[in-house]
Design a protein around this ligand. Sequence first.
Ligand SMILES: C[S@@+](CC[C@H](N)C(=O)[O-])C[C@H]1O[C@@H](n2cnc3c(N)ncnc32)[C@H](O)[C@@H]1O
Ligand code: SF4
Length: 397
Amino acid sequence: MADPAPSPGFGLYVHWPYCEAICPYCDFNVRRQQTVDPLRWRAAFAADITQAAQSFGPERPPLTSIYFGGGTPALMPPELVAGVIDIARQTFALTDNAEITVEANPTATETDRFQAFRDAGVNRLSLGIQSLRDDALIFLGRRHSGAEATAALTRALAIFPRVTFDMIYARPGQDLADWREELGEALALARDGGHLSLYQLTIESGTPFGKRAQKGEALAADEDLAADLYALTQDMGAAAGLPAYEVSNHARPGEESRHNRVYWRYGPYIGSGPGAHGRLPGPTGRTATEAIRDPGRWLAAVEQHGHGIDSRENLSRRIQAEELLFMGLRLSEGVPAARFHAVTGWTLAEALPEAELMPLIGEGLIDRDSKGLRLTAQGRPLLNAVVAALIDRLPSS
Ligand SMILES: C[S@@+](CC[C@H](N)C(=O)[O-])C[C@H]1O[C@@H](n2cnc3c(N)ncnc32)[C@H](O)[C@@H]1O
Ligand code: SF4
């Protein structure tokens, strides 16, 4: 039998849908900030999380992570964050080293609350720096300067045991030399926290950037330059001791995001809050849930029905196999054979026989052995195409 796969863990994702302003590239479920009633939201999260807990039966596993994402969860009143952590602790236990992350922007409203979040039990902060260059921050519609971003990072490092930050590259007009210099600075800043996320700018349809691009404006780097920027990012990250452990995520070994790894290792997670997605245990193995996206409607639904779920689908084994490959191959560790078997009931050799994989192995895009399946360094930039080719070869049921 294959070696046991590392445990995926069990996470709670909490979505906060409000932001001070909406950035022109952003496609997340976000709204302009408004005054909220913390007690009403606390009661709604309590009901929604309690309802989700029913999927786990009487033997509820302890949570290994809680992630407050958004939107801008650092705009949540700290007592609401503390309240949700309490609800999670009362509904499930938390493991001793449970990771509790809040996403924040480097604005004064948010940095002033860092200590209160720490006091509420948050032990990891994820800061949206995006760029260290003021002209790029203006282009991205951000409401902070590079200096404010680095000051917020210094403050976060003094308060939280673990800190990560996000950067966006492959911006229009950015060449290899520009990114080499900016990334060098970012990697030096990430040394203390030991984790950073480096995303290529994606032009999402329906966003202000999407509309400008549709009118012909060149807002994304061309494909060849994007590939070179990605390769440079891999090399410089590894040389700085922060290798990519996932397509866009870099960490000193041991500092990986435990919460995001639940998704990538296809573990169970609850999604609570407007538009949040979840993967819960269910009659076919995994049930996918999706919450109502509009914040007012989500609140009203929870108050009326005790949960904010808009759709619930018991996933077939083929869909679970597709999701497992799509998520797991993002990780440099790949998809362990034991996990593939545990989730789908198929062995990897049954679902994807060697002969079917030969073309991809021959092109140097994937590696396959008794431990599992992973992308090679050459295959990683082609993730979507390789996963699509693998999914095509899966049995139909
Ligand atoms: C939910 S947002 C971050 C939280 C926080 N509100 C902020 O903006 O700093 C998660 C991250 O996704 C990345 N992101 C969002 N839209 C993107 C896009 N269109 N292209 C590339 N990265 C994007 C940004 O780096 C952002 O920090
Ligand atoms: S990038 Fe962050 S601050 Fe900007 S709109 Fe998206 S979630 Fe809000």
